[in-house]
Design a binder for this molecule. Sequence first.
Ligand code: PMP
Length: 364
Amino acid sequence: PSPSWVRAISPYVAGKPIEDVARELGLAPETIVKLASNENPLGMPASAREALGRAASDLGRYPDANGFALKEALSKRFGLPMEWITLGNGSNDILELAAHAFLEPGKCAIYSQYSFAVYELATQAVGAKAVVTPAKDYGHDLQAMLAAVTPETHLVFIANPNNPTGTFLPYAEIEHFLRALPRHVVCVLDEAYNEYLPSELRVDTARWVERYPNLLISRTFSKAYGLAGLRVGYGLAQPEVTGLLNRIRQPFNVNSLAQAAAVAALADEAFLAKSYELNRAGLQQIGAALTDLGLQWVPSFGNFILFKVGEDAGAGSRVNQALLKQGVIVRPVGNYGLPQWIRVSIGLPEENMRFVHALRAALA
Ligand code: PMP
């Protein structure tokens, strides 16, 4: 029999696939709008597509187990040695590696209420105890997280910006937290949505890993870089942490196609700028529409917005079903303890419009 903590896990609920909804409605997949998984509405950059074409000619060989080209490019980008970088099969892989490297039964991980679901899954999977601190204004309460640290605490997960709420913690507050955090606790700073931050808010957090030996920053190519289907992310940390992650990661955890596409996407500044601009405009468009509908919503620093429907908004709810019937897939967040809320990802302007019209009809 499997350990009790494995049997206790509720599996991750992913966004409903376009094909499923198209089949159910008897419609062509192109007519469905999926705003459920915080994907990039521009899709994959053309530069990455070209790189994939080249890489596809040599798939009979194993990938580069050390991801040299991608690590070299990241190393140049962040001014950190290559040994400070760990590649992951998506950044979920980095989160999971951190749990495996630092947790075990009897030890604890701290994370906030309403933070990313994988923190719970990764903690449960290794039989460690989850300490969930109450949210503050839908985001992290760093004071409460610090106060929850005990000798058994080995890991703290912080998402900035946070998913599913979109909240952002000012960097001064995180630095204050890192300075106060005891050395025996590793802080995973999950920056999956970092590239969507306006430049005036962003600081070079990659520099922080030089200062804090117990900091692991996690980033991804799934969002602003548009490569969610390829599964590639990375971690930045001092070699002591990286060395541990490397011991337990699978040798070929990032495949050849993903490595090649990520190198191309990282160099494609025009694509990143376009993703950013499109997202800013979309946040405004959807935010304004939600206000117009009289709905409460949380100002977002990611590529999605969380809003309150004011009645049950779960998968089977009247509102969610009405959206699905109109071919619009959003993300119910009842599993996050927010049963009356829905998270909608920012799409192309016309997709955002489809969503707004569908929501208006669903609420009528
Ligand atoms: N962290 C956060 C906060 C996320 O929202 C996501 C994606 N939903 C991830 C990590 C993982 O993304 P990926 O594994 O695609 O890099």
